[in-house]
Design a protein around this ligand. Structure first.
Ligand code: FAD
Ligand code: NAG
Ligand code: NAG
Ligand code: NAG
Length: 442
């Protein structure tokens, strides 16, 4: 008879960073029966005040939902959101055209970190520490002993800095020339200022504004624009002039006076893409979420990928009987190609948004992709369907997409010849939104 494996001895896991991925990960580890401690640098978000201009709405899609389901949080988070049935395109003349999602899907939003934090606290073997900032592995006043350190401390991860000091660690980071700014559209007579069950989009070539509804009947508008352009606007009058030119229908809804002020409340925020490999050090430390892979937000997958990290790690823990040396190595082996693929896809979408949005040929191909999927649902699956509505491994989805692209090309030429249809402007895979969460204090 074999002895029960040592690997099943109760281990102590330190999760650094109590954001979305850290909070969910705490639930996963606690559910496994491990002792978990979370160290979060900020105060308890459940007591924190909402910061104006700093509330991000997030799309939660299939991958994220599967991970939440595993810890019994899917319905709790999804059920309180706002369903979204379609995108609403705002053209320059103020005309609004709805574009339904390809699949039946709702979009909801919620203070998810809050809920996950609350949930992790229900496990007796989980402990949360707020106002605990990891300084350096050696420089901390308080020393923490753990069998496993899980770095969930976001795009500027302090844990990842330790990896950078080591040999054979690949690392790259890229800041895109665009920034983003959030503006609030208040309710009108206590009601939403626009139709709530839509993702509102104002596509304007290199600029774009989107608006997502909040539970308090406001909309959060996010303006994406090159930093150069943000910087050109220095006075309230210039803000109004710019909006008059690009988003005229939004001015009365946001309010001209509010717009003049809110534009200058916070500077535009940068967006960074980070790729690295491997994600682990020995049997001691592993990176997940944005700490491992910050992606630009043009596929609505950053948090979803981070949530999927948790479930993939959990699957590997099961497979390798919690033997951390084996688990961590396997996790890097399995997960790096997928997270790199979604980082690339998100960047591709960003480039696509800027370069191809006016190309009829490109829009046409997208349109045909959707038709082919309708005719041959098993064979031709649009990329965003694979990414958004399935758990097909990201890198497999990309491979399949490249294959389909080759296979489809003759069909495209044929249909191009045959059809004279006008295509919708399917600007970005903001079309891929299926669930919106609302998190404060990011
Ligand atoms: C404009 C925008 C729109 C987006 N839209 C979407 C979307 O629609 N769908 C989607 O899936 N994703 C989206 N994302 C991406 C998503 O926000 C991130 O992928 C997600 O927040 C990553 O979660 P995380 O827990 O890994 O990191 P974070 O949310 O950054 O959390 C990290 C946590 O670690 C803490 N921390 C940092 N340093 C330390 C330290 N030294 N010690 C202790 N704690 C520390 C921080 O306080 C924070 O709480 C968007 C991102 C942006 C910028
Ligand atoms: C979180 O838990 C606190 C008590 O611990 C409770 O008052 C609060 O309503 C909970 N919030 C949510 C969103 O579940
Ligand atoms: C960390 O601190 C210990 C004890 O103070 C010391 O022996 C060790 O060399 C330090 N390690 C690093 C990487 O600085
Ligand atoms: C680093 O990148 C190179 C080039 O892409 C690759 O061949 C190598 O395997 C990578 N190393 C690690 C540790 O991921």
């Amino acid at each position: 008879m074999e002895e029960p494996s040592d690997n099943r001895q109760k281990k102590v896991v330190a999760v650094v960073g109590g954001g979305l991925v850290g909070a969910l990960n705490a639930c996963f580890f606690a559910k496994r029966g491990l002792d978990v401690e979370v160290f979060e640098s900020r105060e308890d978000i459940r007591q924190a005040k909402v910061v104006k201009g700093r509330s991000i709405n997030l799309a939660l899609s299939h991958r994220g939902r599967q991970a939440l389901k595993h810890v019994g949080m899917e319905e709790k988070i999804v059920s309180q959101g706002i369903p979204m049935h379609a995108r609403m395109i705002h053209s320059l003349n103020g005309k609004q055209s709805p574009i339904p999602y390809g699949k039946k899907s709702q979009v909801n939003r919620l203070p998810a970190t809050y809920k996950l934090t609350n949930h992790s606290e229900t496990y007796p073997n989980a402990k949360l520490n707020f106002d605990h900032k990891l300084q350096d592995w050696n420089g901390t006043k308080e020393h923490i002993q753990a069998d496993l350190i899980v770095g969930c401390d976001g795009a500027f991860s302090a844990i990842r800095k330790q990896f950078l000091r080591r040999s054979r660690f690949n690392y790259s980071q890229t800041y895109i020339p665009h920034g983003y700014m959030e503006l609030t559209m208040p309710p009108i007579n206590g009601e939403f200022a626009m139709k709530p069950n839509y993702l509102h989009i104002w596509p304007r070539n290199t600029f774009m504004m989107i608006a997502l509804p909040n539970l308090d009947k406001t909309f959060t508008c996010t303006l994406f624009m090159p930093f150069d352009e943000f910087e050109k606007i220095t006075t309230g009058d210039q803000v109004i002039e710019f909006f008059q030119k690009c988003f005229p229908d939004s001015i009365p809804l946001i309010g001209a006076d509010a717009l003049r002020e809110d534009y200058f409340r916070l500077p535009a925020q940068a967006m960074v893409s980070v790729k690295c490999s491997p994600y682990h050090i020995g049997d001691k430390c592993v990176l997940m979420g944005d700490a491992a892979h910050a992606v630009v937000p043009f596929y609505g997958q950053g948090m979803n990928a981070g949530f999927e990290d948790c479930i993939v790690f959990d699957e590997i823990m099961e497979q390798f009987n919690e033997d951390l040396a084996a688990v961590l190595a396997e996790y890097s082996r399995v997960r790096v190609p997928d997270d790199h693929a979604i980082a690339d896809l998100a960047m591709y979408n960003y480039v696509e948004m800027r370069a191809h949005v006016n190309s009829k040929w490109f829009l046409f191909r997208k349109h045909v992709d959707n038709i082919l999927h309708f005719v041959m649902p098993k064979t031709i699956i649009p990329l965003y369907t694979m990414v958004t509505f399935t758990r097909t491994r990201y890198h497999k989805a990309v491979e399949r997409w490249q294959w389909q692209d080759k296979v489809n090309t003759p069909t495209f030429y044929f249909l191009k010849y045959k059809t004279k249809k006008n295509y919708h402007v399917d600007i970005t895979s903001f079309s891929s939104y299926s669930f919106i969460l609302h998190i404060n204090n990011l």
